[in-house]
Design a binder for this molecule. Sequence first.
Ligand code: NDP
Length: 324
Amino acid sequence: MKDPVRIAITGGAGQISYSLIFRIAAGDMLGPDQPVILQLLEIPQAMDALNGVVMEVNDCAFPLVQEIVATDDPNVAFKDADFALLVGARPRGPGMERKDLLEANAAIFSVQGKALNDNASRNVRVLVVGNPANTNALIASCNAPDLSPRQFTAMTRLDHNRALTQLAQKTGKRVTDVEQMIIWGNHSATQYPDLAHTKVAGKPAFDLVERDWYENDFIPTVQQRGAAIIKARGASSAASAASSAIDHMRDWALGTDGVVSMAIPSDGSYGIAEGIIYSYPVRCQNGDYEIVQGLEIDEFSRGKMKATEDELREERAAVEHLLG
Ligand code: NDP
């Protein structure tokens, strides 16, 4: 048996975690031969609920779960963590402006960044799910000077997966037939799901779908999918968000042949400003990710990529004073 890895999950009593924790415990993230120690963080008011989750995980008798830690102290939750999934975040309250939301979360993610810096494994891989995810990841990273910024990522994999299914269903193919899907930018309604480089069963997507469908149906459907789920289900997407978080971490850690979307620190590729966490097409190998380079960007795409970049730069400006 392998040595166990430590997986920290914040917001452990929330909706997403209620799916995420059980799937990780079952081996869906790191494989059926990888034992795990779960280190779950909550705010003090949610500790009773978190203890209920721990009771249920125990009741599953998962063979891979070696230990479960439940705590309201980030220094305990992140101790020696190999993976950190930052799910907990402050939801938008009544009358709250976007700037207030950014600030409320900035306070949470600066504390967590420091705690990761001081306690986590030096190779920790961090995925931020809690919104505004890209900017929360930036804040955590800026507060963790001893870790590489490349260790901090945010989730656009759910947007990527949503886009795969929309295109597969439209073309009557399977999601496994779709290659080179790309989500650029922010995990928000400005994200740009780009089909210019996408192929379906070896054929360019643009040979198979109308431009009108792409611009006026596909793009807004992917951008607005979260709201559509809230309308239909009466609650936000939780199981699909958890599933995509698992996809993100599994591919990052274990590698993947295909192109996937990850929000990562911009290195200036494709003319995007450095200093923001921007979703790029990446390939994952040997436990690391690399941006897919050399794609030709037309004027339509350039405009969409710029709009989502501008939003991230504005978010950054709103929390600049908390960037450490
Ligand atoms: P969820 O588990 O449903 O969601 C958690 C976060 O994930 C939210 O910020 C949510 O954003 C975000 N998210 C990102 N992508 C998606 C997606 N595709 N679909 C849905 N959500 C997405 O929230 P709950 O309120 O059920 O649970 C949050 C938990 O976090 C609570 O138990 C709370 O106590 C805890 N918490 C813990 C903290 C900590 O550990 N220190 C700090 C703050 C909160 P959005 O709101 O935009 O949907």
